[in-house]
Design a protein around this ligand. Structure first.
Ligand SMILES: [Mn+2]
Length: 321
């Protein structure tokens, strides 16, 4: 295990731009035997072979790690997640360029190692297809999961350009395989022009809860999240955040941008609330295309804060449960 802070120990923090690249400067290991005792492990899933529009999300795990922030208490939630949780960076899954099936197998195996150690995996995508192997591993450990899914799109297609394994189909595949419980599944932030009647009919038949971007606008984020939390309820729950749920103003780099989205403020509060109120057993943030270096990368920066809000919520959840 490597502690990137070691050389700056007397200051209690290191400059974001210096030293080994790990999430928030946490300790780093690639040895599953060293995961014991950790509450959360960060896993990179750097693949974007299954995106239907703009590629580049394979570069996101490094960019999110580089868009870091100093440690300390969350000023609104009044909790320091890194003081209350033991968090480790478990490195990247050994993905294979241009071989999405083997990359998915590598992601499932690496997330499985985190779960076997009793830690919560937090996965940095990658295109949104990486949620399929990640949830598969989580369901193998915990049984079928509930889910809160922030996204512009439902990702419940049967195929995209005739391709069944895609960043637009993994939700249907997980529901059909029995790994995602549709009655404990809520989507937040839907808008735009896809999918169509057939997909929404399929969703309605299975009891999936759909909350749209116009619901966030008309009801407010607190009420929308309250409805999602009520729909999901008790039991193991997975959080997936496709950053294209944000308005492109907040996320200059993403695979399939759609105007008219949520603000960063709404998303960060929503993620923290979901993590605090539900029983999170896994999470991911996906579809970030880096567009700058370090904290100059606004897309990676907001994704880094999404992960921090999830960690803050997990810390709050453990205080009350
Ligand atoms: Mn998506």
């Amino acid at each position: 295990m490597i502690d990137p802070l070691e050389r700056w120990a007397q200051y209690g923090e290191k400059p974001d731009y210096a030293g080994l690249l790990s999430f928030s400067g946490t300790s780093y290991t690639q040895d599953p035997g060293e995961l014991a005792g950790f509450d959360v492990a960060i896993v990179g899933a750097p693949m974007d072979d299954l995106v239907s529009d703009r590629p580049g999300a394979r570069l996101a795990p490094r960019a999110i790690r580089a868009a870091s922030a100093p440690p300390g208490p969350h000023l609104e939630a009044n909790v320091d997640a890194f003081a209350e949780l033991r968090v480790i960076d478990f490195g990247d899954a050994p993905v294979i360029p241009a071989d999405p099936e083997r990359s998915h197998a590598a992601i499932e195996a690496t997330v499985g190692q985190v779960l076997a150690a009793g830690a919560i995996p937090v996965v940095l995508g990658g295109d949104h297809s990486i949620t399929e192997p990640s949830v598969r591993a989580v369901a193998a450990a915990h049984g079928p999961v509930g889910m809160v899914h922030f996204d512009t799109h439902t990702d419940t297609g049967t195929e995209v350009f005739g391709v069944e394994r895609s960043h637009g189909t993994f939700i249907r595949r997980l529901v059909d395989a029995g790994q995602l419980d549709p009655r404990r599944y809520a989507q937040i932030g839907l808008r735009g022009y896809w999918p169509g009647e057939r997909e929404f009919a399929w969703q309605a038949e299975r009891g999936i809860t759909s909350l749209f971007a116009h619901d966030v606008r008309d009801l407010g984020i607190r009420e929308v999240v309250r409805r999602a939390v009520a729909a999901v309820g008790p039991g193991p729950t997975y959080l997936t955040v496709d950053v294209d749920v944000l308005d492109p103003a907040f996320i200059p780099g993403t695979g399939t941008p759609e105007p008219g989205g949520m603000t960063a403020s709404e998303l960060l509060l929503g993620v923290r609330t979901v993590a605090a109120e539900l029983e999170l057993v896994g999470a991911d943030v996906v579809e970030v295309i880096p567009s700058g270096v370090g904290t100059a990368d606004a897309s990676a920066l907001v994704a880094e804060r999404v992960v921090r809000e999830a960690l803050t919520g997990i810390a709050l959840h453990r205080r009350t449960s």
